[in-house]
Design a protein around this ligand. Sequence first.
Ligand SMILES: *Cc1c(COP(=O)(O)O)cnc(C)c1O
Length: 374
Amino acid sequence: MIPFNKPFLTGNETSYIEQAVASGKISGNGQFSQKCQRFFEEKYRFRKTLLTTSCTDALEMSAILLNIQPGDEIIMPSFTFVSTANAFVLRGAKIVFADSKSSNPNIDETKLENLITNKTKAIVVVHYAGVACEMDEIMRIANKYKLFVVEDAAQAIDSYYNNKPLGSFGHLATFSFHETKNIQCGEGGLLVVNDQNLVERAEIIWEKGTNRAAFFRGEVNKYGWVDIGSSFLPSELNAAFLWAQLENMNLIQQKRIFIWEYYYKALTTIAQSNKIQLPIVPSCATNNAHMFYFTCASLKERTALIAHLKKENIHAVFHYLSLHKSPFYDKKHDGRTLSNSDNFTDTLLRLPMFYDLSENALVRIVKVINDFYE
Ligand SMILES: *Cc1c(COP(=O)(O)O)cnc(C)c1O
């Protein structure tokens, strides 16, 4: 069986965990957490970063940090992971779902302005498959209406828009280190705070509503309860594991991009006969090879192809189900049709993509797809 995903280990994970244990400090915000945070702040010039236990937690921190109140409206794509929406629903927000573009699953920036009301507080964008949303236009609209922008960059590590790293555009951005992501520690995430006005409070929310971090830097002489917050910081064991991955990011990225390009090239012939549509990466965006997907002609054809691959011991999967049609939200949705989102729900298929995927396996996967279409 060729699995859909297999988490890659660089080999240093356990020795770094042993180092963390030997240091006698394994709770959060220690040496390895700070090493990881510095990595992002130096490499991508993010203003301030905080490791979290997941991207979901980083999104929940974002909603607290932006002071989201019951009745506030948040605009985001329907074609995304539940956490993008749930984080804001937990604060009582109303989610206004936007459609995807027809060319890729990212939020359609041309339809954003129509969705803005005087209750709108923020736009949350999702860089699907690590491919950038149209950030110039999105930031222009956000500035015009004085809205916050949060980038759900869970899939977008080491990816760029007009040569600027994703995660550096929004007031806030969130990354995921879940084991299905390019760089992983099982469960993990990162909050990026680009807006200087939000930095101090972010650290307080991160540490249970206390000014503990400032205390340990010697900036205040005692620490206490100053705001709402929760326990959003991961243990040093997770950070030590993550550091082993970050150190090898170039190696991991090179291999994933090789696999992505192999698929793209090998499937071009079927795409030219219009049986499938290959992913489109706009010229302003880069591809970080988070996933390799294509779209099929119909739901029926996708179902048949997944079954065909499965019979040949290849695990391919579909992806998100439009959130505006979910059991939790369909009654709350305002009834607008989001046809591109629904189209990706029905037709998008993801192929196995992981570091250890061999060339033999790639050859076999492509052959099975070609056989299906013949
Ligand atoms: C993976 C993912 C998340 C959730 O990340 P966790 O670290 O598992 O909480 C959120 N949004 C998107 C777009 C994702 O791909």
